[in-house]
Design a protein around this ligand. Sequence first.
Ligand SMILES: [Zn+2]
Length: 296
Amino acid sequence: MRQDPVGTRRGFGGLRIWVLVLFAIYAGYYWLSNRSTDALTGEKVVIDKSISAQDEKALGLQAYQEILTKEQPVDRSTPEAREVQEVVRRIVARVPEVEDALASEHGLQAPHVEKTFDWDVNLLQSDQVNAFCLPGGKIAVYTGLLPVAQNTDAMAVVLGHEISHALLRHGAQRMTEQKLAQIGQMAGAASGMDQQQMQTVMAVYGYGRALPYARKQETQADELGLMLAAAACYNPQEAIPLWERMTQASGGGQSEFASDHPNPGTRIKNLQALMPKALEYRARFCKQPATAALMP
Ligand SMILES: [Zn+2]
């Protein structure tokens, strides 16, 4: 009687199951050992403990310098550039208190990653309707965003959102997810998956995990960002018409706000639900009234 030698025994369409099991154990261990509760959102997150805020900051700075050499920064003394700087300055000033308040709602201590940040903001001459804040606090606003934002309150909502991605360490979370996906790909290759099986697995991963995960991060950045803008004395209610304009403007799909982003209707509903809390944060933390006019 012929027997399969151990190690070539295959099941499920010729896959080496034991290889998949070993990789699954490793992935499970990696996932569990890097899991923690985010103090600001109260939600479970997976951040590779070997990625420090300092590492993230170094990567952020490198990316920022590359972008600044390619794009055209607007002179810092122009009224538009000054306005953006002022919004960032005011939001950044409220970060520690807002983080403490949110963390205490979850019975946790705020990590205050902003202590490692060196904040900076540049307005970049570009038609893109976009803005970003890299890990470490380097921020860019594209001039294409100005006509969509229309007013300082809405600009504060956008900047609050972008700054929140950095404060919540979404960059490190994405790097961790990439590492998990790599473990999955290695498992696929080692267990003898063919191209088509791999593609199917990655597609399932994309829809089942990566996309919902990205949307969750957007919702988290919306919430923290709204509280920050409100605490910095801006009107959080401008968030609703802003996202309506943003949805129209990003119809072409080339802005950060179009990809991976929550369904616009869902986003607006979420923001409306957050409004009472945002107004409470404004009453509690706003130390000076916002000026109505954009320009000095
Ligand atoms: Zn975002």
